[in-house]
Design a protein around this ligand. Structure first.
Ligand code: ATP
Ligand code: MG
Length: 424
C-alpha cells in the first residue's frame, strides 16, 4: 500500500475545522493590523534561499528539498516564507507603495528534517512581513500582532522572549569574542558545531544538542556588544511593548536560525508540547532585501508553526468551536425530484442542505438526518407538495412548525431561529 511520505500528514475532514478556525482567527487578526495576504509559488530558484536565508544556516545546509527540473534549473521547495515574500516585494516594486507594506501568508513549507512531534517535513506557517520602517514601533507592532493572534485563539501560558543581535557592526566585535570563547571550549562541541565554528560561530548558539546548549549558555552575551544605536532601538522596542501591554522577557541566548536577522529577534515558546516548543519566531531583517538584489530596505516579520499551535491548543485544552453541521436535512417520501429542486434552491441561498442520494426509505433518511447532526429536517410527501406547506423540525428540541414549502421561507425560518439562539 502506498502511504504518505515520511514527515507529512493528511489533514482529514474530522480535523480540518480546527485548522480552519486557527487560520480564520489569524486572518481576522491580520485585518485589524492592516496586513494583506500574499500567495507566492511553492517552489523558487534555489539561489533565493541560498542568498536570502543564508548559506551557513541549517535550513540551507541540510534541510532543503532541492532538485533539478526538466530544464536543468535548480529548484527548491520553499523552506520558509520570508525570502519568497521579499522576492515578490522586489519583483513587483511594492516598495513604490507608501511604507509600511504589510503582508501575511498562510503556507505549506518543506524541510528535510528528522520527523518528530512538532517537527514535520511538510508543515504549515502563518507569517507576516512589514517592509519600509526601521523604527522600533514597527518591531513592537509586529510582535503585538503575533501576540494578538495567540490571545484571540485563547492560548495562554506562552512566553515571549526577545533579544537584540545588533547590526553588522556590533556583530563583528561579538563574533570575535564568541569565536574566542567557543574555541577555548570547543572540545565537547558536536561535529556540526565544529563546522559552524569555522563558518558562522553564532550558529553554534542555535544548536539543539544539550551539550552544545550547555556550552552556549556560558558564552558572552550579545547584549554586551551592541552599539549605542542598537541599544537605544532595543530599549525603545521594550518601551513600546510595555505601552501595548505585551508581556515579554529578555533572553540574550536567542539568535534564531536564519542569517538575515538584525537587531530585534523574538520567539514565543510553549512549555506544554515537549522539545519543539517554539511556536513562533521572528525578527528584524534590514539586510535581506539588499542581499537578494534590492536597495537597502528595513523589514521585520514573524512566522508561526500551525502544527505546533494546534498541539499547544490541544495540550492546554483550549476549546475549538464545534465542527459545522448541516442546516437542514431534506427527506422525501416519494417526492424525490421535488426535494432535489428544493435542495438546489436552498444551496443557492447559502444553506447547507443534505439528502439521501440513494433515495432509500424514510426511516433510513431520518437516521441519516440524525447521524449527520442536521439542525433541522423536513419531510416532503404528496400532501406537503399539494398543500405547499411542510413541518420543519428542530432536530434538537423536537419542536416542529408548519411553514410555506419554499426555499426562501425555509431559509428565513432557519436564520431567524439561529439568530435568536445567538449563533451566526
Ligand atoms: P526550530 O528551532 O524548532 O527548528 P526554526 O528556528 O527552524 O525552528 P523558523 O524557521 O523560525 O523555525 O520557523 C518559524 C516557525 O515554524 C517555528 O517557530 C515553528 O513553529 C515552525 N517550524 C519550523 N520548522 C518546523 C518543522 N519542521 N515542523 C513543524 N513546524 C516547524
Ligand atoms: Mg529548524
Amino acid at each position: 500500500m502506498i502511504k504518505a511520505p515520511r514527515g507529512t500528514a493528511d489533514i482529514l475532514p474530522s480535523e480540518i475545522y480546527k485548522w480552519d478556525y486557527v487560520e480564520k482567527v489569524a486572518k481576522d487578526t491580520a485585518k485589524c493590523f492592516g496586513f494583506s495576504e500574499i500567495k507566492t509559488p511553492v517552489f523558487e530558484q534555489t539561489d533565493l534561499f541560498q542568498r536570502g536565508v543564508g548559506d551557513t544556516t541549517d535550513v540551507v545546509q541540510k534541510e532543503m528539498y532541492t532538485f533539478s527540473d526538466k530544464g536543468d534549473r535548480s529548484i527548491t521547495l520553499r523552506p520558509e516564507g520570508t525570502a519568497s515574500a521579499a522576492r515578490a516585494y522586489l519583483e513587483h516594486s511594492l516598495y513604490a507603495l507608501p511604507a509600511p507594506v504589510k503582508l501575511f501568508y498562510d503556507i505549506a513549507c518543506y524541510r528535510y528534517e528528522k520527523p518528530q512531534a512538532g517537527r514535520m517535513r511538510e508543515f504549515h506557517q502563518f507569517g507576516a512581513e512589514m517592509y519600509g520602517n526601521a523604527e522600533a514601533a514597527a518591531d513592537a507592532e509586529i510582535i503585538a500582532f503575533a501576540a494578538a493572534i495567540f490571545k484571540n485563539l485563547g492560548i495562554t501560558g506562552l512566553s515571549l522572549n526577545i533579544n537584540s543581535i545588533g547590526c553588522k557592526e556590533c556583530r563583528k566585535n561579538y563574533n570575535d569574542a564568541l569565536l574566542k570563547y567557543l574555541t577555548d571550549n570547543s572540545e565537547n562541541l558536536c561535529e556540526t558545531c565544529h563546522e559552524r565554528l569555522k563558518k558562522n560561530p553564532m550558529r553554534v548558539l542555535d544548536c539543539k544538542s544539550p551539550i552544545c546548549k550547555g556550552i552556549a549558555s556560558g558564552a558572552p552575551s550579545i547584549l554586551d556588544f551592541i552599539c549605542d544605536d542598537c541599544k537605544a532601538h532595543f530599549e525603545e522596542v521594550q518601551r513600546r511593548l510595555r505601552n501595548m501591554d505585551v508581556e515579554f522577557s529578555i533572553d540574550p541566548s536567542i539568535v534564531r536560525g536564519l542569517d538575515y536577522y538584525t537587531r530585534t529577534v523574538f520567539e514565543f515558546v510553549s512549555t506544554t508540547i515537549g522539545a519543539q516548543g517554539t511556536v513562533c519566531g521572528g525578527g528584524r531583517y534590514d539586510n535581506l532585501i539588499e542581499s537578494i538584489g534590492g536597495k537597502p530596505t528595513p523589514g521585520i516579520g514573524f512566522a508561526m508553526g500551525l502544527e505546533r499551535i494546534l498541539l499547544v491548543m490541544e495540550s492546554i485544552g483550549v476549546p475549538f468551536p464545534e465542527s459545522p453541521k448541516p442546516d437542514i436535512y431534506i427527506a422525501a417520501l416519494g417526492q424525490f425530484e421535488f426535494a432535489e429542486k428544493l435542495l438546489s434552491e436552498l444551496r443557492a441561498k447559502g444553506i447547507w442542505a443534505e439528502r439521501d442520494i440513494s433515495e432509500r426509505s424514510l426511516k433510513v433518511q431520518m437516521k441519516n438526518a440524525d447521524r449527520c447532526g442536521a439542525k433541522f429536517s423536513v419531510v416532503i410527501g404528496d400532501d406537503e407538495v399539494k398543500e405547499a406547506k411542510a413541518a420543519i423540525k428542530n432536530m434538537q428540541s423536537g419542536e416542529a412548525q408548519k411553514i410555506d414549502l419554499n426555499a426562501e421561507e425555509i431559509r428565513s425560518y432557519i436564520k431567524k431561529l439561529e439568530e435568536s439562539n445567538g449563533n451566526d
